[in-house]
Write a protein that binds this ligand. Sequence first.
Ligand code: SF4
Ligand code: SF4
Length: 430
Amino acid sequence: MRVMAQLAMVMNLDKCIGCHTCSVTCKQAWTNRSGVEYVWFNNVETRPGLGYPRTYEDQERWRGGWTLGKRGKLTLRGGGRLRRLLSIFSNPKLPALDDYYEPWTYDYENLTNAPLQEHTPVARPRSLISGEPTKITWSANWDDNLGGPHGQRDPMLSERVRLEFERTFMFYLPRICEHCLNPSCAASCPSGAIYKRSEDGIVLVDQDRCHGWRMCVSGCPYKKVYFNHRTGKAEKCTFCFPRVEVGMPTVCAETCVGRLRYIGLLLYDADRVLEAASTPDEKDLYEAQRGVFLDPSDPAVAREAERAGIPTDWIEAARRSPVYALIEKYRVALPLHPEYRTMPMVWYIPPLSPVVDVVRDTGHDAEDHGNLFGAIEALRIPVDFLANLFTAGDPKPVESVLRKLAAMRSYMRDINLGDAPRESVAASVG
Ligand code: SF4
Ligand code: SF4
């Protein structure tokens, strides 16, 4: 056993209201500079949606050059030695400007200087790059603005179409770099500029060593490394290390309006990481990933951790870690796209709401235990959709989490209404 410590985050998606405060405060703190106008270390995506950069989850798009193989190892695809050598110099596929967006500002002067006229003057968008007027067609949270079908409230809609609309769903997915246990950004960097800090697992770019190859941009399946086109270097989320080193939370966690981000320390067995990342069946990856975490309350683990040089107050912090409790003890948090095999360290409590049972039209809330326990399909957000995000398509762990969340809601509702919690609900909460 080789014990190491890892800072990790769990986000409770039921509490995200999509206000983007986290993105804006992160930007003000870290990327409010020229060259990184389009860069969002933290972004909040609307689901279903294309994400940011656009369609980043379509891994086929980024194939060519360095790719993460089935067994969790990084390989160069195709060709002989010459092709491999050349692919070092010819960058594999990268997201284009259209997949991010052309940064713009507004021509505010028009608001104040426009002559008196029939129509109210508007602030027209102007490219920050060329300075010319521009048409905005896509940006970091564009899906937000596309929600809701036109004519949704049209009384002439057929019953079938009305039901389709009633079954539509959306939720927000805030994202930062995953500070992976098996970071493919680091493995793909020819300059060795990306490294994982041994003390807390934060993944950083050494700006002095970065030569701007952008292999990390291609190599990160979450597309969470960005290229600064002014400095010619790669940049990424730093887990706010200057803050966490002095005991402060990350900016995104501190300013989160929904209070949904939990930060904590995990202890894990570094000897088991590659083996877990190489688990042949994708559907087993969630369990395999959980398998590398160590119980910080186990005296044998604590002894090994001390031997590995982990300070005793850190081991104590790992014992009290909300992240460990949510992932391991309560088992309500799930990893994002474990099938990418990088062992992501930002996990999510999947959303239970919207909760109305539209399928059976019973009028019951889906969190009512009698309803949800019998008919998981009554949830408006399809379990398969969540499973594709969090468990490589395996619905069972997602169902298990949703049942626990539903039971907890019923339990708290009973208590808040002054009723004794129903026995079946209390048993499910455990
Ligand atoms: Fe690297 Fe991407 Fe993982 Fe972040 S999410 S550590 S950038 S591979
Ligand atoms: Fe969601 Fe919190 Fe970000 Fe608002 S600040 S969008 S609630 S994660």
